[in-house]
Design a protein around this ligand. Sequence first.
Ligand SMILES: C[S@@+](CC[C@H](N)C(=O)[O-])C[C@H]1O[C@@H](n2cnc3c(N)ncnc32)[C@H](O)[C@@H]1O
Length: 327
Amino acid sequence: MDIFDMPPATPHTVSEGLHWAFRSSRVLHVATELDLFTRLTDGPLSAAEIAAVCGADAAETEKLVICCCALGLLRKTDGRYSNTQAAEDYLVRGAPLYQGNMIAHAEHLWQFWSGLGDVVRTGDRGASGPPGGGDGHRDFILAMHNTSITGPARMVAENVDLSGARRLLDIGGGPGTFSIALCQKHAGLTADLFDRPATLEVAREVIERFGMADRIRLVEGDWDQEDYGDGYDAALFSNVLHGAASGAPEKLRKGFEALNEGGQVVVHDFLLNNQKTGPLGAALFGMMVGAYSTDEMCAVVEAAGFVEVRLVAVNERGAGVVVGRKP
Ligand SMILES: C[S@@+](CC[C@H](N)C(=O)[O-])C[C@H]1O[C@@H](n2cnc3c(N)ncnc32)[C@H](O)[C@@H]1O
């Protein structure tokens, strides 16, 4: 075999970009953990000044900011670094589209991905779910807000017709972003956000920030232990029916009971295509947590008693919206 007869480029799936992609991810995790981008909002700083304000090592910080430049997150002018527009929009604390909690959440989940080989070999997922408390839980819940605010909340609100509905039940509503979007779309709608106490503390902040505290009520509950009440016109299950291990049939049964006749069920979740070959966002989420295909999700919703069950929207990452009606 002659080296000069080899093809010049490797195919995408084995290219450097993919098998080394974690290096870029780790740079972003650590830069965000240091809150580097927020620290640059008062003006450009040298690498040594950045290291000083971050309490970090000067030489290693310089390597980190060089990586951030190469990733398009920082620019360097006259020896000082400043944020690019992308960093200003998504990586500065307090920006409306801030993604820092999702990045922190991804860093918490790094352990699961690092141990993926053992998971696949043994089938033992260990404690692979979202972190159970403290800052980890807060990041997890705000991560849900970070991601929904960039499109999914709008996708649900624009593709689900809740005109005429007065009471929405948002089961495992997290930060409340979907309830906020639906209440903003429908002036006559109020929502009950059913979730655990630690999550509701975070939801309260988000809901107040959007001025929706008079329309969205916080309801403490455990979906495994309690029923969901009654008299609702719509029930939302967003990112809580993640495949076969999620207890979806029982949650949907309780949702069915909570609805008035004619009430709507709305499911928003990652959905694999029916061949189970992607999309990549749904496939990777399925690896980490679990995911139904679209047909499987529709079948589990129908099995709970709902009719007219159908997919009404899906985005490029594989997050889809399924609706149905209680007869
Ligand atoms: C992946 S988040 C989804 C949040 C929100 N629905 C969204 O899409 O942005 C899952 C939510 O389920 C809540 N949750 C987990 N276990 C629960 C339980 N046993 N009872 C009620 N809520 C629970 C979590 O607190 C979290 O808010």
